[in-house]
Ligand binder design. Structure first.
Ligand SMILES: NC(=O)c1ccc[n+]([C@@H]2O[C@H](COP(=O)([O-])OP(=O)(O)OC[C@H]3O[C@@H](n4cnc5c(N)ncnc54)[C@H](OP(=O)(O)O)[C@@H]3O)[C@@H](O)[C@H]2O)c1
Length: 357
């Protein structure tokens, strides 16, 4: 049954009286998505694998959650639980997925699980599904011209993903291609969001994989940085992108969700070292032989065309570290906040200064 629209939701909010489901609701991105959907007045059915696990309690604390959020148990490998969760929904946001390069853990839930989601949605007459894919389905291709911006027409090379044991990108690429085909056959409007590496404050109480990408350079666990480059995006922008494509009547296909800047890992470490000099941030590249790898350029034009603006990458990095400290996941070390926040303010005005050697 649809959740009854709460009386106190203003009728002018886009989500008023509308019910959607978010799979993997307790995850890093999905938590922000649930929060945003509730803000916009939607009734949300969130799937988690264990609704009584305290790690999902943060969801129940969101404004509007008491009246308009229901948490249900569902597993991607148990299609009947998805059918139950989708009952009464007009749209689905499919964000649940393992995030790992372990093929045993990754391949089945990503590929078969996504197929089950699309099939269950189609069986229940649901018209629109937004799938959280990744830039990893787009740019992993050694034969691409690195000088050309990567756009929504690009696909990762499955053989290359396999050869390099990049099972996350492999599984997400197959999952996305299968999902597009199943959706086409079943008449579902499938819209895909392809975020680059996602940073920003955590709502959930555990560290997820993309946050670990920054955290490892602050705890001393990474002694050097790798010779690689990466684009970043703020988690709030990723949530917003999901909602925008869902609400835009003509939205279709793939939307690359990236702030626009690509940083070499050395640049990331320099930024971290300048903003947070109290941590043992690596200063040396593991690869002392080859020149620094240049990152691919991405276009985020399709989301900009929907009115999206992106949080600057340095802000995302800063907020990630502050959040880890506030949640007690990273010890707060001297110098004190005043010094750092001043430095932060000054440097935010001159980002180029941070990126220089
Ligand atoms: N973070 C990034 O940088 C990034 C970038 C691009 C794309 N993405 C994509 O964004 C989505 C969310 O990623 P995230 O970073 O938010 O990861 P996350 O915090 O690890 O969240 C993933 C969620 O998926 C759920 N899940 C995993 N396996 C499941 C299964 N078999 N059945 C049901 N639920 C399952 C987990 O639920 P439990 O709590 O029950 O384990 C978890 O809540 C993923 O599809 C990922 O591929 C992430």
């Amino acid at each position: 049954m649809p959740i009854e629209a709460a009386d106190n939701v203003p009728a002018e909010l886009p989500g008023h009286g509308r019910t959607v489901c978010v799979t993997g609701a307790g995850g890093f991105i999905a938590s922000w998505l649930v929060k945003r959907l509730l803000q916009k007045g939607y009734n949300v059915r969130g799937t988690v694998r264990n609704p009584v696990d305290p790690k999902n309690d943060h969801l129940r604390a969101f404004d509007g959650a008491a009246d308009r959020l229901v948490l249900l148990r569902a597993d991607l490998m148990e299609p009947e639980t998805l059918v139950e969760a989708f009952t009464g929904c007009e749209g689905i946001f499919h964000a649940a997925s393992p995030v790992t390069d372990d093929p045993e853990k990754m391949i089945e839930p990503a590929i078969r699980g996504t197929k089950y989601v699309i099939t269950a949605a189609a069986d229940m007459g649901i018209k629109r599904v937004v799938f959280t894919s990744t830039i990893g389905t787009v740019y992993m291709n050694p034969n691409r011209d690195p000088s050309k911006p990567v756009d929504d027409t690009c696909w990762s090379d499955l053989e290359y993903c396999k050869k390099t044991a990049n099972w996350y990108c492999y599984a997400k690429t197959v999952a996305e291609q299968d999902a597009l085909e199943t959706a086409r056959q079943r008449g579902i409007e499938l819209i895909v969001v392809n975020p680059v590496l996602v940073l920003g404050p955590l709502l959930q109480p555990t560290v997820n994989a993309s946050t670990e990408h920054v955290m490892k350079y602050l705890t001393g666990s990474a002694k050097t940085y790798v010779n690689a480059a990466q684009a970043y995006v703020h988690v709030k922008d990723v949530a917003e992108a999901h909602v925008r494509v869902y609400e835009a009547p003509g939205a279709h296909g793939r939307y690359i969700c990236a702030e626009g800047t690509t940083l070499h890992r050395g640049e990331l470490c320099r930024v971290l070292g300048k903003l947070f000099p109290e941590y043992p941030v690596p200063t040396k590249c593991k690869d002392e032989v080859n020149p620094p790898v240049k990152g691919y350029k991405f276009t985020n034009q399709r989301l900009k065309d929907l009115g999206m603006e992106f949080v600057p990458v340095l802000q995302s990095i800063y907020e990630t570290v502050k959040s880890l400290q506030e949640k007690g996941m990273l010890p707060v070390l001297p110098p004190g906040d005043d010094v750092r926040d001043n430095l932060h303010e000054q440097l935010m005005m001159k980002p180029a200064q941070l990126l220089r050697n």
